[in-house]
Design a protein around this ligand. Structure first.
Ligand code: ZN
Length: 287
C-alpha cells in the first residue's frame, strides 16, 4: 500500500468541500499554496468563474484534475427531457476534456423531478432503463472525445432523487453490459461514503480491477448522521475503515488520487484554510 504519512502528493480536493467558503479560482490558489496537486471541480463552480480562466489557472499552477463533477441525471418525463439530458452530458464531456480531466463522474439520476419533491413517475425500473440508455448514448460521444465516464453508485438513501444505481455491483453490471471489452472508456467512481457498508464491496473492487477504477472518494460516516446529503464527516471522525478500503482498491491496481469530498454544513461553516489543512493532516494520518 502506498505510504500517505510522509506527504500529500496523492491528495485531491473535491471542490464542493469548500464551495461555501470560496469561489473556484480562490480554491485553486489556496490548494496551490499548500502544494495540493489535484482537485475535482463542479460544473457550476467552473461556470461562475469561466472555464477558460480556470483552464489557464490550472496550467499556471500545475494542478491537475482527479475527475470532473458531474454528468448524469439521464431519466426524464418525456422524449424532450431525455434528449436535453444527453445534450447536457455532451457539454459536460466537452468541458471535462477542455480541463484535462481523467474522467467525467456520473451521478446517474433517478425519478425525474424527485429532487423538487414531485416525481414525474414512480417506476424506478423505468429510471434504470433510461439511465442505461443515457449512458450508452453518452458513451458513444465520450469515446470520440476520449473522455472516460465514471459511474458513481450512491447510497440507497438517495435512490429516489439522485441515483438509481446504488451498489458497486450494479454499476459494474452496467459497465460490463455497455463496455464488455473493458476498453477503459467506462468505469466507476468509488465513493466510500456511498459504498462502505456494502458486504460485497471488497469482492466488487476486485471485479472492477484497475481498468474500471477511475476515481476514489473519501470522507467519513458520522454517528449520528443528521442529514441525508450534507452531513458527511471529515476522515477519521466516523466509522469507515479508510485504510482497509484503500488497501483493497490499491491491491486491485488503482494508482490514482485519494479525493476528499465532504458535503457538510459543519465544515462549510469553518474557515476554508482550516478545512484544507485538516484534509491534509487527515490524509496523512488516517486515509
Ligand atoms: Zn463522490
Amino acid at each position: 500500500m502506498r505510504d500517505f504519512s510522509a506527504g500529500h502528493e496523492l491528495l485531491s480536493i473535491n471542490t464542493a468541500t469548500v464551495r461555501k467558503q470560496w469561489p473556484l479560482d480562490t480554491i485553486i490558489e489556496e490548494c496551490a499554496r499548500r502544494e495540493i496537486r489535484a482537485i475535482s471541480p463542479w460544473r457550476d463552480q467552473v461556470a461562475k468563474v469561466g472555464i477558460e480562466r480556470i483552464a489557464r489557472q490550472l496550467r499556471e499552477t500545475g494542478i491537475v484534475l482527479s475527475g470532473y463533477c458531474r454528468g448524469g441525471f439521464f431519466p426524464a418525463a418525456d422524449a424532450a427531457g431525455l434528449s436535453a439530458a444527453l445534450d447536457d452530458n455532451r457539454r459536460a464531456i466537452d468541458e471535462a476534456a477542455l480541463l484535462g480531466a481523467p474522467c467525467l463522474v456520473l451521478v446517474v439520476g433517478s425519478l425525474p423531478g424527485a429532487l423538487t419533491g414531485v416525481p414525474a413517475y414512480r417506476d424506478i425500473s423505468r429510471a434504470r432503463t433510461e439511465v442505461r440508455d443515457g449512458i450508452a448514448a453518452s458513451l458513444e460521444y465520450a469515446r470520440q472525445i476520449g473522455m472516460p465516464l465514471a459511474i458513481e453508485p450512491l447510497h440507497p438513501m438517495q435512490a429516489a432523487d439522485r441515483a438509481c444505481v446504488n451498489t458497486l455491483e450494479q454499476a459494474l453490471d452496467l459497465c460490463d453490459e455497455l463496455d464488455a471489452e473493458r476498453s477503459g472508456a467506462l468505469g466507476v467512481a468509488v465513493d466510500l461514503y456511498h459504498v462502505w457498508w456494502d458486504p460485497k464491496l471488497a469482492a466488487q473492487i476486485v471485479r472492477a480491477g484497475a481498468q474500471r477504477l477511475l476515481a476514489y472518494h473519501v470522507s467519513d460516516w458520522l454517528l449520528p448522521t443528521r442529514d441525508l446529503l450534507n452531513d458527511r464527516g471529515m476522515m477519521g471522525d466516523g466509522v469507515i475503515e479508510l485504510k482497509k478500503c484503500r488497501g483493497w482498491v490499491e491491491a486491485a491496481g488503482f494508482a490514482g488520487y485519494s479525493e476528499v469530498e465532504i458535503f457538510s454544513e459543519t465544515w462549510w461553516g469553518k474557515p476554508g484554510a482550516e478545512v484544507l489543512d485538516t484534509c491534509i493532516a487527515r490524509h496523512r494520518s488516517v486515509v
